[in-house]
Design a binder for this molecule. Structure first.
Ligand code: SF4
Ligand code: SF4
Length: 175
C-alpha cells in the first residue's frame, strides 16, 4: 500500500512573525492562503509532526489510516524534520505542501494550521503564532511527541500492526 508524506517545516516562527501576531491583526485573519508570502505560509505549520507519520491506503475504498510509525527523518521529540533542506535525498516521497495539494489531501489532521485557515477557522491558542511558543503544541497534547516509533528498520509489511486513530482525534476537546 502506498504512503505519502507532506512536509513539516524545520523551523518554528521567527520573532518578527510572533511579534506581528501579538500586536496587530494577524496575517492569517486578513489574508487568504493564496495571498500569503512563503514565510507566512511556512509559519502556519504548528510543528505537530502528524503529517510525517506513515499512512496506509485501502486500495478498494481509498480510506487512509494513520500509523504511529514516523518517517526516519522525524525527530520524535521536537516533531521537526531533522534534515528538512536535504530531505528529498533520503525521503524522495516527501511532499511539499502547496495550496492545491492541501485541497487534494483528505487526511490532514483537523488541527493542521493549513486546514484550519483553508476552512475559514482560526488558529487555536496553542499554535506557535498565537502562543508565541513552539512548545504549546506539545503541551496541549496536539503533536506526535512521544507517541511514535521510527520507520528505520521496520518492514513495510508490518505497518498494519501500528495503525492508530489518534492523529485524527487529537485536539477534539481543545478550547
Ligand atoms: S499536520 Fe499541518 S501543522 Fe502539523 S506538521 Fe503537518 S503541515 Fe504542519
Ligand atoms: S522528510 Fe520525513 S520528517 Fe522530513 S518533512 Fe518529510 S515526512 Fe516529515
Amino acid at each position: 500500500m502506498p504512503r505519502s508524506k507532506p512536509n513539516n517545516p524545520e523551523a518554528p516562527p521567527n520573532d518578527s512573525q510572533l511579534n506581528e501576531a501579538m500586536t496587530e491583526t494577524p496575517f492569517w485573519k486578513t489574508k487568504t492562503l493564496a495571498e500569503m508570502s512563503n514565510e507566512e505560509w511556512e509559519s502556519l505549520c504548528d510543528g505537530c509532526g502528524l503529517c510525517c507519520l506513515n499512512k496506509l491506503e485501502d486500495w478498494d475504498t481509498g480510506e487512509i489510516a494513520f500509523t504511529s510509525v514516523a518517517c526516519k527523518l522525524l525527530d520524535g521529540d521536537s516533531c521537526r524534520c531533522s534534515d528538512y533542506e536535504n530531505r528529498q535525498a533520503t525521503v524522495p516521497d516527501c511532499i511539499q505542501l502547496t495550496l492545491q495539494g492541501l485541497r487534494e489531501i483528505q487526511w490532514l489532521p483537523p488541527t493542521c494550521g493549513y486546514r484550519l485557515i483553508d476552512e475559514g477557522l482560526d488558529l487555536y491558542w496553542w499554535h506557535p503564532l498565537v502562543s508565541g511558543s513552539s512548545e504549546t503544541v506539545h503541551q496541549a497534547g496536539i503533536s506526535a511527541r512521544g507517541r511514535t516509533i521510527s520507520e528505520e528498520g521496520l518492514d513495510v509489511e508490518d505497518l498494519e500492526d501500528y495503525v492508530v486513530d489518534w492523529p485524527m482525534r487529537v485536539g477534539e476537546e481543545r478550547d
